[in-house]
Design a protein around this ligand. Sequence first.
Ligand SMILES: CC(=O)SCCNC(=O)CCNC(=O)[C@H](O)C(C)(C)COP(=O)(O)OP(=O)(O)OC[C@H]1O[C@@H](n2cnc3c(N)ncnc32)[C@H](O)[C@@H]1OP(=O)(O)O
Length: 220
Amino acid sequence: MNKKVIIIGGEGNGGVIAACIEDNRKRFGDLEWEVAGFVNDYETQVCGYPVLGGTDDVQELLKNPDYHFMWGIHMIGRNILTEKTFRKVNIPRERFATIVHKTAFVADSAVLEPGVFVMSNCYVGAQARLGQCSLMMANSLVGHNTTVGPLCHFSVGSITSSYITIGLCSDVTLGAKVIEKVKIGDFAVAGAGSLVTHNIPDYEIHVGTPAKFMKRVRED
Ligand SMILES: CC(=O)SCCNC(=O)CCNC(=O)[C@H](O)C(C)(C)COP(=O)(O)OP(=O)(O)OC[C@H]1O[C@@H](n2cnc3c(N)ncnc32)[C@H](O)[C@@H]1OP(=O)(O)O
């Protein structure tokens, strides 16, 4: 069908989203989405794709009804700024694409809000809900009945168990594991390799096994 998507971000998360779309097209014959280009404030091209403008140009790009968007900006430990940038570009919910790699498993009863990205070999369990523009990187798992707020990020190999609640713009980072029924607040981080057995309050970074308070996220 070839619907056009513009990725907002750089070669980190944005490049992964583009690679996923290309792989779905080339290896799996899924032609629903094609990458039109990137929005980026610093580069003129990203991963070989043209940069169509900066974040100040998004309102102009929205005038073209053919364009949909994916949000790829996510600064671990600095997500107050991520969320502020997201609000600034002000893209209507219905203009986001939802991209799922063909090797991912998403339960029928799971809900993926607009802008969600699910990379290869991910698992999203029954009755799970992923909030708007949340990103699941390769081999990350979100268990059944877990509710994730908008703009969250699951790094490669993270395991988020069942009946967990995660707030706005938070992180479960590389290989971190979160046991069932834990609550992770807004702008919070489960550090790389951590085992989260207790709630993580808003704005806090916890690391280690079991995870303990490390510091607060940056506010700038
Ligand atoms: C496609 C993808 O998914 S890309 C992957 C995305 N990246 C990630 O998921 C990585 C996430 N980052 C982390 O987990 C980071 O370690 C953070 C955010 C928890 C902390 O980062 P920083 O604030 O930069 O901490 P910094 O590197 O300065 O380390 C400070 C101290 O804490 C220790 N430390 C840092 N992270 C951890 C951790 N996860 N577990 C245990 N100790 C840690 C460091 O060893 C260091 O100790 P030292 O002072 O004795 O030398």
